[in-house]
Design a protein around this ligand. Structure first.
Ligand SMILES: [Mg+2]
Length: 211
């Protein structure tokens, strides 16, 4: 007797920064550029960030910044963070493009990111060879939530997946009624991500198997 395995086509949503590309150098170098007095190493900076210690707290507690200095920093940060001179530090995680090309044979892949600039994000995705992989790219432009961009636009089922590196990604996937996978390749530690109860936790996306 033949056994038929039901193959389910799933929608899989991937976050970009920290999930598909390593943006840690971009953020660290920009921080060092803006905070001239900082002698934090890459590892020290990311140890704070991965424990969910915000820039505000780092600036306040370590560098004794005033509220005004913090506001100036935050404004400059938002202005610079997606500029080309900083985006060049981004690198796709090794093997991620091959991985995406292999799973897109069975599933429908979407990219969802909270970047500010649609034009610069599309340019970068094109440059990195990511653009053809996705059925559709969603960019919040920091004007909408990721949830608002997807809900009522894509027909979702509870078989679908939301993959990201932050608590917000996991919360978004859950709110959309999807399964959630957290990856440790990005901005948060395992301890920080466990607080959001993702269905899966993996060191990076390549460890995720969707069948
Ligand atoms: Mg991310």
């Amino acid at each position: 007797m033949a056994i038929y395995v039901k193959s389910v086509i799933m929608n899989i949503f991937f976050d970009l920064d920290g999930t598909l590309i390593d943006s840690r150098e971009r953020l660290y170098f920009l921080f060092q550029h803006l905070v001239k007095e900082s002698d934090l190493s890459f590892d020290e900076y990311w140890k704070y960030k991965r424990s969910k210690i915000s820039h505000r707290d780092i600036l306040l507690k370590i560098f004794r910044y005033s509220d005004h200095q913090i506001s100036v920093f935050e404004e400059k940060w938002m202005l610079c963070i997606e500029e080309k001179e900083w985006l060049v530090f981004d690198k796709p995680f090794e093997g991620v493009l091959d991985y995406l090309n292999s799973i897109r044979k069975k599933h429908v892949l979407f990219l969802i990111t909270a970047r500010q600039s649609k034009v610069k994000t599309i340019e970068q995705l094109d440059r990195l060879g990511f653009l053809d992989v996705f059925e559709r790219v969603f960019i919040t432009g920091q004007k909408l939530e990721k949830y608002d961009l997807i809900a009522n636009v894509i027909n979702l089922s509870k078989e679908d997946w939301f993959v990201g590196d932050t608590g917000k990604d996991i919360q978004t996937g859950k709110k959309l009624g999807m399964r959630t996978a957290a990856v440790l390749s990005g901005f948060l530690s395992k301890e920080s991500l466990l607080e959001y109860y993702p269905d899966l936790i993996a060191t990076d996306v390549m460890k995720l198997s969707f069948g």
